[in-house]
Unconditional design. Structure first.
Length: 289
């Protein structure tokens, strides 16, 4: 079955959400729409609509004009087995002591590493993105320096790769949350596949807004690999839920955004321990003073 995409961008989240909602009234109707912030500091947002039939180009053009957006770019996607393609392209990732791999590399695990099995079909958080790799390396450094954590949370956990890494390092139960129910299901499946059932507990939650997360506070360590603005919005909750001298590892931050995040957390009592840049992305380690 062919798939068609229609993509545009415009200024402002509210305008983008309004345009995405308007797209749902088209005929043929899109099978899905999405709104994504373009993480380049421009405050622009991308709107995508996805169709299984050729979309109404005139209708899309009128909607774009009415909402002040760029003209939609319409593309037909070839039929590709993306899981097989990703498996061919993704190679294992070394991040500190961690070795992130898929089932197609399960026979190639070297000695002396901490393996984490993440399937290629579960692409958000496979370890290949510099944000995930940076966080795993930060975890490894903390453990190497003798940091001990008994209460750990992974906020916005995705595949739970960071939560699983932390559970392996400190032999404790880690709480992992995500606002996306699909991510929570994926995380739970990964936990079982890695033999960590009961050691990583996955739940659907926005930030710390879950009874289990609230009752377990204060935390010695919190991981949050999300995006700049959600991280800034979490700064106050981080201060309330992290113990004195507790640490946080933050990523999903462009290098151009890092100072803004450090400033926001400085206002809530955190000091910067270390900043690591990989490509366009930054990982921060901070301590609550």
């Amino acid at each position: 079955m062919p798939t068609f995409t229609a993509l545009t961008h415009l200024q402002g989240r509210e305008a983008a959400e309004d345009l995405a909602e308007a797209c749902e009234d088209l005929t043929p109707e899109p099978v899905g729409t999405g709104v994504f912030e373009i993480e380049d500091g421009s405050e622009r947002w991308e709107v995508g609509a996805y169709f299984t039939e050729s979309p109404d180009e005139i209708g899309l053009a009128l909607l774009a004009a009415a909402h002040g957006a760029n003209p939609f770019v319409i593309s037909e996607l070839p039929e590709v087995d993306w899981v097989a393609h990703v498996r061919r392209e993704l190679t294992p990732v070394h991040a500190g002591r961690f070795y992130v791999h898929g089932s197609h590399n399960a026979d190639e695990i070297p000695d002396g590493v901490e393996p984490l099995w993440i399937e290629a079909a579960m692409a958000f958080g496979t370890g290949h993105h510099n944000t995930t790799k940076g966080c795993l390396e930060a975890l490894d450094r903390l453990a190497t320096k003798g940091f001990k954590a008994t209460r750990i949370a992974d906020i916005g956990c995705g595949t739970a790769v960071l939560a699983m890494g932390a559970a392996r390092l400190w032999q404790v139960t880690v709480l992992a949350s995500d606002i996306d129910p699909v991510a929570v299901d994926t995380a739970a499946a990964n936990v079982i596949a890695n033999g960590l059932d009961g050691r990583v507990v996955c739940m659907e939650a926005a930030g710390f807004e879950h009874p289990t997360l609230e009752q377990a506070a204060p935390y010695d360590l919190v991981l949050a690999n999300i995006l700049k603005q959600p991280l800034i919005d979490l700064a106050g909750d981080m201060a309330r839920n992290v113990a004195q001298a507790g640490k946080i590892i933050l990523s999903g931050i462009l290098t151009t955004q890092a100072d803004e995040v450090v400033e926001a957390y400085g206002k809530t009592g955190f000091t910067l321990d270390r900043r690591d840049d990989q490509g366009d992305w930054t990982t921060l380690v901070l301590t609550r003073g």
